[in-house]
Write a protein that binds this ligand. Structure first.
Ligand code: UGA
Length: 423
């Protein structure tokens, strides 16, 4: 059992805290947001993640939230930095929250006699923990890393929506370490996990996270590029993906072709990597192309729609799904954004529905019609499927023109006119 503080209660911080509590540790969460602190202390998670609420309630006596760094650092032995790393206008990473956390932790370490371990979990570019976090910790604490306090980099690989499961059943755990004592303490914290634990340098751990996300996005853009060729040749890309995936060196996962990737991670991380490559004078040809393919992919929907409804002006278009993937209300970089933008540009009447993401989408597109049910969107000249929600499977597509970006077999098998983007 260890006493752990977690800085930042976004989905990474909260999931990390709650899961470590489930494993028997005592957790103090630190956040600047008073509302979030109150909610966590009441046992109500401020975000939705499957299984999170139950774990928070079950382990309430071991989780406490506060805005007080002093209380958190003085009463724990290990601190995880889990703050956000948003993008700046130019795609580069904004480290203001990371720097602030390092400063605050440093100030508290100054008054602490005992050794303390700092763990960087936020996604940061290679070199950041060593060249930015470490100097700030030393500067504000007046102490020495590797001697008076420890430092590690421990990236997260959590998918939104299944983050609790991903935390508790990971494929691997990566421990980037500065000094040997830190490595041993963090390894001890993960002792109940049966997956491989990889020990690396701080910067390799940071790069593993970026390279993994960039590779996953590459798989998707790759199969979409192949998929666009398949569509022209009347080939079902899913048959191709299955055939490729049986080769162990390739694997079937992340070869679902469609309208591309969105969300809060892939777009931000790939942009950061591209702008980082530029700064260090290196090329990022593959990653840049992966992003380019992804920008064009959603517009295939409009191209296919126009095959059947050539003039969109004044025509009603039902949009099924606004979230960047099912089971979330997150619309960040959702493929629905460029599709709806183009529909509006061509003066179509957009009728949208999403089980969870309509409130968020309304903030960005107040001018479109939001339907009260999925059925209502079907009452349109054509229907576009943009997110693979379970409930869209139950709709009656028999009389409809359907353009499908996510391969909903129920629509494929029943619609009057059906077009899949890559099949
Ligand atoms: C992603 C990674 O999968 C996590 O491992 C990582 O930890 C996380 O980013 C992060 O950096 O924090 P997430 O953004 O939650 O997780 O979403 P995914 O489930 O990976 O899906 C990303 C996008 O790719 C979605 O828009 C999805 O529809 C699309 N996708 C995924 C495809 O188009 N085809 C596929 O085969 C798989």
């Amino acid at each position: 059992m260890m006493n752990i503080s977690i800085i930042g209660t976004g989905y990474v911080g909260l999931v990390t805290g709650v899961c470590f509590a489930k494993l028997g540790n005592n957790i103090i969460c630190v956040d600047v947001d008073k509302k979030k602190i109150e909610m966590i202390n009441k046992g109500v998670p401020p975000i939705y993640e499957e299984g999170l609420e139950q774990l928070l309630v079950e382990n309430k006596n071991r989780i406490h939230a506060t805005k007080d760094y002093e209380h958190a650092i003085q009463n724990t032995d290990v601190t995880f930095i889990c703050v956000g790393t948003p993008s700046k206008e130019d795609g580069s990473i904004d480290l203001k929250f990371v720097k602030k956390a390092a400063e605050e932790i440093g100030k508290q370490l100054k008054n602490k006699d005992k050794w303390h371990l700092v763990v960087m979990k936020s996604t940061v570019l290679p070199g950041t923990t060593r060249d930015i976090v470490l100097p700030l910790l030393e500067q504000y604490s007046g102490k020495k890393a590797g001697k008076d306090f420890g430092l590690t980099m421990n990236p997260e690989f959590l998918r939104e929506g299944v983050a609790v499961k991903d935390f508790l059943e990971p494929d691997r755990i990566v421990i980037g370490y500065y000094d040997d004592k830190s490595r041993k303490v963090l390894k001890e914290l993960y002792k109940d996990f049966s997956c491989p634990i990889l020990e690396t340098s701080l910067s390799a751990a940071e790069m593993i996270k970026y390279a993994s996300n960039a590779f996953l996005a590459t798989k998707i853009s790759f199969i979409n590029e192949i998929g666009n060729m398949c569509k022209k040749l009347d080939i079902d890309t899913y048959e191709v993906a299955e055939g490729m995936g049986l080769d162990k060196r390739i694997g079937r996962a992340f070869l679902d072709s469609g309208i591309g990737w969105g969300g809060s991670c892939f777009p931000k991380d790939l942009d950061a990597l591209i702008s980082w490559a530029k700064r260090i004078g290196e090329e990022s040809n593959i990653i840049s192309s992966v992003v380019e393919v992804n920008k064009k992919q959603p517009l295939k929907m409009i191209e296919l729609l126009k095959k059947h409804v050539p003039k969109l002006k004044g025509k009603s278009v039902g949009v099924l799904g606004l979230a960047f993937k099912p089971n979330t209300d997150d619309i960040r970089e959702s493929r629905a954004i460029p599709v709806v933008k183009q529909l509006l540009k061509e003066k179509a009447v957009v009728k949208a529905f999403d089980p969870k993401a309509m409130e968020n989408f309304k903030k960005m597109f107040p001018q479109i019609k939001y339907c009260s049910s999925a059925e209502e969107t079907l009452d349109s000249d054509a229907v576009l499927i943009l997110t693979k929600w379970e409930e869209f499977k139950k709709l009656d597509y028999t009389e409809k023109i359907v353009i499908d970006g996510r391969r909903l077999l129920e629509a494929k098998n029943t619609a009057k006119i059906y077009e899949g983007v890559c099949w």
